[in-house]
Design a protein around this ligand. Structure first.
Ligand SMILES: *Cc1c(COP(=O)(O)O)cnc(C)c1O
Length: 394
């Protein structure tokens, strides 16, 4: 099939790679031992601490986000340790599965896949854990399977209220660079991120930003680890920092991505995400007025600014909407995962996006809904346009 024009990428990762980042990576490889690369890497690690808002350490793995997950587990815990997992979606679920395969005991507290994490549950479980057997609390910030954002400060307060020493580990893969997450202020011990979502890069970098307390735990860990070990990476030369050859081109890209974020200003980046997310939600709300579609997350303040998850009617598989949007209207979205397989479509809106891209994507989706004969109230796109017009900074 001949294709013309841009495909609109609204999967919740990978996200659009701006031309500027592609260009920054379009350069020859270099000697990683050269003073030039060493200085670039050293500055990058320094700047990453600023981005994560921590005075402690940031570790970069040449991996997917899963590498960040594994890095957090093996460094913070030892086989046989117990962790607490409030489970409100598929990403949390499979994160817990990984913990189990690594030998951890996972206390799962199943919650609704239409709500964020309930901090009260965490306080309750930790308060009852008088012997402090639970070594860590695992919290997914934006649950990409459901579209929920959880209140990290509330989770921190719950841990403090129970006077419990557990580490707070946050999967921020779908939130980092999209919404505020000042890790030190919020008392988070490990923030896990990845390159291909809010940071607008190709997949290939998994990240762990680590508090002093989590770093200290890594020196006590009895896990078998080598590549993922934080203590091993606490060296200055880039070969050790990356445990081998640095992923140079991702480093070039990440340096440029940080420049782009800094130029725009993080408050502005976050505000742009909120505004574009609001536009998507306006459209989805109009479509939903016919009673067939519905936003998956019930409480408006728990709807993430990184993606919007829309439920499809009982008896209809959402896959047809997704494939029609992609194949006929050139808008790629995410499908349903886990318990929501076939029940939702997920519109990613993180990273390098602006108004016409969102309007275009919504137009393609609205057309696909019509082709699939989903009962909708038309005019979702118009509502998004009206919202963007009424909130424009001129
Ligand atoms: C995308 C995502 C992951 C997985 O990241 P990979 O790079 O595919 O390993 C994990 N958690 C959340 C919340 C995500 O959105």
């Amino acid at each position: 099939m001949v294709k013309r024009g841009r495909e609109f990428l609204h999967t919740p990762g990978p996200t659009n790679i701006p031309d500027r980042l592609l260009n920054a990576m379009h350069r020859p490889a270099m000697d990683f031992a050269s003073p030039e690369f060493s200085a670039m890497a050293a500055q990058l690690f320094e700047d990453m601490r600023g981005l994560f808002q921590t005075s402690s350490q940031v570790f970069l793995y040449t991996s997917s986000g899963h590498g960040g997950w594994e890095g957090a587990f093996v460094n913070c815990f030892s086989p046989g340790d117990t962790v607490l997992l409030p489970e409100i979606g598929r990403f949390g679920r499979v994160w817990g599965d990984m913990a189990e395969r690594l030998g951890l005991k996972v206390v799962r507290v199943p919650g609704s896949w239409r709500h964020p994490i309930d901090a009260a549950v965490i306080e309750d479980v930790l308060t009852k854990d008088k012997d402090h057997l639970i070594k860590g609390v695992l919290a997914v910030h934006v649950e990409t399977a459901t579209g929920a954002i959880s209140d990290m400060p509330a989770i921190r307060r719950a841990i403090d209220a129970s006077n419990h020493p557990a580490l707070l580990i946050c999967d921020a893969i779908a939130s980092f660079g999209c919404v505020p997450l000042p890790m030190e202020d919020w008392g988070i011990d490990v923030v896990i991120a990845a390159s291909q979502k809010g940071l607008m890069l190709p997949p290939g970098l998994g990240m762990c930003a680590v508090s002093e307390k989590a770093l200290a735990a890594s020196f006590e860990s009895r896990s078998q680890m080598e590549y993922f070990s934080w203590p091993q990476r606490l060296k200055t030369e880039s070969y050790s920092r990356f445990c081998g050859t640095a992923p140079e081109h991702l480093v070039f890209g990440l340096i440029e991505a940080l420049k782009m974020l800094e130029e725009e200003g993080m408050p502005q980046v976050f505000a742009r995400h909120t505004r574009l997310a609001n536009a998507v939600r306006k459209a989805a709300e109009v479509w939903s007025q016919a009673g067939a579609l519905e936003l998956n997350i019930l409480a408006p303040d728990a709807r993430a600014d990184s993606l919007t998850v829309v439920r499809t009617p009982e008896g209809m598989t959402s896959d047809i909407i997704r494939s029609t949007a992609r194949d006929t209207f050139h808008v790629a979205m995410g499908g349903g995962l886990g318990d929501l397989a076939g029940r939702v479509f997920r519109i990613g809106h993180m990273g390098d996006l602006n108004e016409p891209m969102i309007i275009g994507a919504l137009g393609g989706i609205e057309a696909a809904l019509q082709v699939c004969q989903v009962p909708i109230v038309k005019g979702g796109v118009g509502a998004a346009v009206d919202y963007l017009a009424s909130t424009a900074q001129t």
